[in-house]
Design a protein around this ligand. Structure first.
Ligand SMILES: Nc1ncnc2c1ncn2[C@@H]1O[C@H](COP(=O)(O)OP(=O)(O)O)[C@@H](O)[C@H]1O
Ligand SMILES: Cc1ncc(COP(=O)(O)O)c(N)n1
Length: 278
């Protein structure tokens, strides 16, 4: 049977991020995608033009519809909007024992629009992260989650350690927002730390990179791969998707979800890091 997976996230009408990016990624990686919508955005490559949240009751009904009929092998969260939605999502994840949970702590869209209320950060930390297998913040999200300013490599290590202490099994602190010739993601578990790198592509078409990366990770976890194996495949998937962009829209365009199946990926490396702490 095909592994069945779930994304709990917002709709991006532009099709490059959110639920749409997740389902496209699931399809490409051969797993059956289901979805729970938390919010609907009126969005395109130029930005977010409107947002309306789905009621907590309807979020719960969707979770129960999925949980009572499907065998969910892995699950991810994206845009959760506010603390009320986070609490019903955490309840649903627990009630239906959705194991292998990837939390992409989506806060701000590439164009600058807020996708999570400030008051929801505490709920994310205390209600959802303790249930997570992996959390995948970008640097600004990691700064909000830890209260730290992240500039140096040592800062990234410290921030990842602090997030591990929130109860997740692994932290992937993504480096898409940093400068440099490579896009480096720090991968930390309780026992090991790695640097996952790929050549940085000069493009503004990076709408939905975080969603796509975390969806690929979820799909690979659903197939039974280890966190590290799944992470490397997710990096290969997003590297192909950014490299072979589609040039769609006038703003931050989407990535190419077909590319992984049709192109060779070049240059993803995984290096073990020895830190003072582990
Ligand atoms: N220009 C780029 N070239 C290559 N990889 C990138 C680029 N931008 C982002 N990535 C990669 O895409 C993935 C998503 O990261 P990021 O863009 O930081 O997430 P988010 O969409 O949450 O801000 C990470 O693996 C990151 O290293
Ligand atoms: C509905 C929705 N969810 C998430 C994002 C974040 O996108 P990105 O992956 O580019 O940070 C988005 N722009 N819209």
């Amino acid at each position: 049977m095909r592994p069945q997976v779930l994304t709990i996230a917002g709709s991006d009408s532009g099709g490059g991020a959110g639920i749409q990016a997740d389902l496209k990624t699931f399809q490409e990686l051969g797993v059956f995608g289901t979805s729970v919508l938390t919010a609907v955005t009126a969005q395109n490559t130029r930005g977010v033009h409107g947002v309306e949240a789905v009621s907590p009751e309807l979020v719960t009904q969707q979770l129960d519809a999925i949980g009572s009929d499907f065998t969910i092998a892995a699950c991810k969260t994206g845009m959760l909007f506010d603390a009320a939605r986070i609490e019903v999502v955490a309840d649903g994840v627990r009630r239906h024992t959705f194991n292998r949970l990837v939390v992409d702590p989506v806060m701000i869209a590439k164009g600058g629009a807020s996708l999570l209320q400030d008051s929801a950060v505490q709920a994310l930390k205390t209600s959802l992260l303790p249930l997570a297998t992996v959390v995948t913040p970008n640097v600004p999200e990691a700064e909000v989650l830890t209260g730290m300013t992240i500039r140096t490599f040592e800062d990234r290590i410290k921030a990842a350690e602090q997030m591990l202490a929130y109860g997740v099994r692994a932290v992937i602190l993504k480096g898409g927002h940093l400068d440099g010739a490579t896009a480096d993601d720090l991968v930390m578990t309780a026992s090991e730390t790695f640097l996952l790198s790929a050549p940085r592509i000069q493009t503004s078409d990076t709408h939905g990179t975080g969603c796509t990366f975390s969806a690929a990770l979820t799909a690979e976890l659903a197939k039974g791969h280890s966190i590290l194996e799944a992470t490397v495949t997710a990096k290969r998937f997003i590297q192909c998707a950014i490299t072979h962009g589609l040039d769609i829209g006038a703003g931050h365009g989407p990535t190419n979800h077909w590319a992984y199946a049709t192109h060779e990926e070049a240059g993803v490396t995984l290096e073990s890091i020895t830190t003072n702490h582990r």
